[in-house]
Design a binder for this molecule. Sequence first.
Ligand code: PSU
Ligand code: MN
Length: 300
Amino acid sequence: MIRINKEVQEALKNNVPVVALESTIISHGMPYPKNVETALRVEKEIRDNGAVPATIGIIDGVAIIGMDPEQIELFGKTKRIVKASRRDLPVIFAKKMWGATTVSATMILAAAAGIEVFVTGGIGGVHRGAETTMDISTDLQELAKTNVTVVCAGAKAILDLPLTLEYLETMGVPVLGYQTKELPCFYTRSSGLKVDYEISNYEEAARIIKEKRNLNLTGGVLITNPIPVQYEMDKDIIDNAIENALKEMDELGIKGKESTPFLLKRITELTGGDSLESNIELVLNNARVGANIAKEYSKL
Ligand code: PSU
Ligand code: MN
C-alpha cells in the first residue's frame, strides 16, 4: 500500500521535478530535535531550488510518499520505529507497523511512485572487517537493482571505502563525482580514491541518468557530492573519533543494523557535536544538487 500526497501526485503528473528523501536519517541518524529541524530545512532547500520534496516513511503499514511536518516530527521523536530496509518491508506492511526507510527501502518506494532522484547523506556500504563479518549494506545491492539516482556525500567514512567502490563496480553501478574526481568521504571532501567519472554540471548528470534508462540498464546511478569546504571536518579529529567509536562498538558487541546508528551517535558525542553539524550541512548541500539534477532531468 502506497499513499502519495496530493502535491507530489500533481507534480509527478505535470512533470514537475520531485526529489525523494529517506526517514532513517531522521529516526536513527540524528538526535531530536536536530533531526526534525534538518528534515524540514532539507525540504525547504529542495523547494527553494525548484523541486517538490517527498519524504518517505511507513505509517501503520502504509508507505507515505511525501510526509507532512507532523509526521516528520513523529518520526523524529518516537523511539521504537523500525529501521526498515528491503528485507523488512513485507513484514512492516503485513503487520501494519511503522518503518523508517533506509536508502534501500526508500529507493524501492521512490521507484514504485515514479520518482527518479533521491537525496540522502551517505549511503551504506562495505563495513570495515567485512571479510569476516560479511556486513555489507543492502544499499549496494539496491543500487544494482532499482532504478533510482542517489545523491549523497559519498559512503560514510565509518566504512571500508575501497571495498565499497569494488562492490559497486561489480554491481555495475556508475559512481559519479559532482565537480570532483575523488570519492568524497562524508565528513571530509577527499578519500584519495577515484570516482568513475567526474560530472561538471546538473545537465550532464541528467543526461547520464537518461541514457541509463534509455539503455534499459537496471539499477541506480550514484552521484557523490563533497561536503562544502567550510563545513568539512578536520581529518585527524574525525579519523580518531571513528577509530574510537569502532573500538567501542566491538567491545559492546554491537552488530548488524545497529552498527551505523551507534557509530553516528558515538562520533557525534566524541566530536562534541561537530560531526553532526557537518552531517547536516552535507545533506543540505546534497539537496541543492539533487533538486537541480531533478530539474534538468524533467526537461529531457
Ligand atoms: N545518511 C546519513 N545518515 C544516516 C543514513 C544515511 O547521513 O543515518 C542511513 C541510511 O538510511 C542508510 C543507512 O541506508 O544509514 C545504512 O545503514 P546500514 O549500514 O545498516 O545498511
Ligand atoms: Mn549492515
